[in-house]
Design a protein around this ligand. Sequence first.
Ligand SMILES: Nc1ncnc2c1ncn2[C@@H]1O[C@H](COP(=O)(O)OP(=O)(O)OP(=O)(O)O)[C@@H](O)[C@H]1O
Ligand SMILES: [Mg+2]
Length: 465
Amino acid sequence: MLTVLVADDERSMQEFFEVMLVREGYQVSLASTSEEAIGKIERRGIDLVITDINMPKATGMAVLKRSMEVDPDVPVIMITAFATTDTAVEAMKIGAYDYITKPFRVDEIKLVIAKALERRTDKTELKRLKDEVSRAYSLGNIIGKSEHMQSLFRMIKKVAASSSTVLVTGESGTGKELVAKAIHAASDRRDMPFLSINCGAMPEQLLESELFGHQRGSFTGAVGDKKGLLEVADKGTFLLDEVGEAPMSVQVKMLRVLQEREFKRVGGVQDIKVDVRIIAATNKNLEDEIKAGRFREDFFYRLNIIPLHIPPLRERREDIPLIVIKFIEKYGLENGKKGMTLSSETMELLERHQWRGNVRELENVIERAVVLANGMKITPENLPDEIRGGDGGVAQDPWGASGAGVDLEGMLTEMEKKYLVMALQKADGLKREAAKLVNMSFRSFRYKVKKYGIEDQEKDDDEEV
Ligand SMILES: Nc1ncnc2c1ncn2[C@@H]1O[C@H](COP(=O)(O)OP(=O)(O)OP(=O)(O)O)[C@@H](O)[C@H]1O
Ligand SMILES: [Mg+2]
């Protein structure tokens, strides 16, 4: 239960706040002097301070100052009878959350209190998450508290002690490269090079020459002898990224590297010996590739000595909050928004999303949200439509402090229109198809489209009945 400390020398004000706050479900602690208030603040356990500025002897300013020293994360709301902007400005400078001038409206103060406490709970939650991240839930730059990731961490540590070949599999953006780097960093090879090549990113001849090096004159443009990356990575770790894309010729040559730790430069005759730990990564199912005749079975078995699979993010949603916090911190720093937070509603949306692009997609979404956020808090408005869309963007308290009526019918109409237009677009303007997309009969679909005047997208199938 959240505890609110009210410091006011007027008994009537104390009573007013006590009744109101208890009714709102908070625990209340009262103080009649600033000394008493400071004493309570120092004993901790207060989640919000509401203090009158004008009290005999030490003023509410002293309460504010002490509270900021004890715990700057506890919001302080100042109450003043005289709207002297000077004191208000001074209070805000010291770090007051907000100030309210007497006489005030009950709904106004209720709203300020609710907002202050919401921020407070968000912050405490954030702090807890950060502690978790730095504690057990990371290995190198990889974050994860799910059982999947925890067992992956254990595997990485075990595997690191050997020089065995590792095959890392997982959908795009799950962190395969990160895992390869973590294996290297946890191994005795950590002070030697970690190099990698993307087997799908260049033509065959160039790939071979990059991997194995070449002798002068072995092909047009080979003006001098050149070491291959495998040679440069001697005593270190080499990542064969996107190995599923490797051309057959490279697969044959790499097979020999895996068996004998030996290869020839392109155009060379001499065997070159290396001591490299090979890690291969792919988002393809190599067994399918074998069946399709695109991947050598013998190469696969040589690679698949220690398979490490990283599950998609949607199968380990417990990891999402921790990863979100890390990225908010990272991009907050990069964008001059240190100490950025997010609302719990935003976090819920992020936890629910499908994340087809896995952690990379999540990272991009957070970077964008940090940049777009107006204040220091990321809200659902800063998320892309497809993430926000889930619940139709319904506000938690659509009435807010105003108590004004909500135009539910108008909102539903707007939403209906939006879906009709989207369905038409998806169906290339074919109403019959579009109607199916929104589970409507063709007749009612056509009727609504007419009614809302969404006529321009239509195509020639509307003649049918
Ligand atoms: N568990 C994680 N914790 C923190 N950051 C992560 C995690 N997994 C991935 N990332 C980050 O997500 C991004 C994508 O990771 P990475 O490049 O390793 O993915 P990948 O599996 O190699 O993807 P692709 O198949 O597309 O090459 C990187 O910026 C990486 O730092
Ligand atoms: Mg990768």
